[in-house]
Write a protein that binds this ligand. Structure first.
Ligand code: MG
Length: 160
């Protein structure tokens, strides 16, 4: 078994769609980024790559590469998963935390879980997603952006 952790944060940018955990969320601002800004999936990709000893998302998908401009982060996640499968790893479980003062994320968690588990090729029960505020403290508390934490466990693929 291998464990990995990931962290990411992006600032809000007015007039951009908000995408989190692979789900479009109605809000008046999105997250500034070279990609779609899906901070939760970025943290997850970093945790997966970290567990496999494969560096980080920036190494695999450089943010100065035009191929990745505005890209759906689920595409990046699926590429990471393919790489791990090829290296003989399967996802055991993942536990994700999004830190956002607003918008309210709870109504979107089930769909995030469905989409992320599908991209990971695991059952939804292997994916846990939590959302919290920081009670107004810090940059997330001031609603300047959203942060995300991820922890994953990889297991060796028994199929070899
Ligand atoms: Mg990011």
């Amino acid at each position: 078994m291998r464990i990995g952790q990931g962290y990411d944060a992006h600032r809000f940018e007015p007039g951009k769609p908000l995408v989190l955990g692979g789900v479009s969320i109605p809000h008046d601002e999105g997250l500034k980024a070279h990609s779609d800004g899906d901070v939760l999936i970025h943290a997850l990709c970093d945790a997966l790559l970290g567990a496999a000893g494969e560096g980080d998302i920036g190494r695999h998908f450089p943010d100065n590469d035009q191929d990745y401009a505005g890209i759906d982060s689920r595409v990046l996640l699926r590429q990471v998963v393919e790489r791990l499968h090829a290296a003989g790893w399967r996802t055991g479980n993942v536990d994700l935390t999004a830190v956002a003062q607003r918008p309210k994320l709870a109504p979107h968690i089930d769909l995030m879980r469905e989409r992320i588990s599908s991209d990971l090729d695991v059952e939804p029960q292997q994916v846990n997603i939590k959302a919290t505020t920081t009670e107004g403290m810090g940059f997330t508390g001031r609603a300047e952006g959203i942060a995300a934490y991820a922890v994953v466990l990889l297991t060796e693929d028994e199929g070899g």
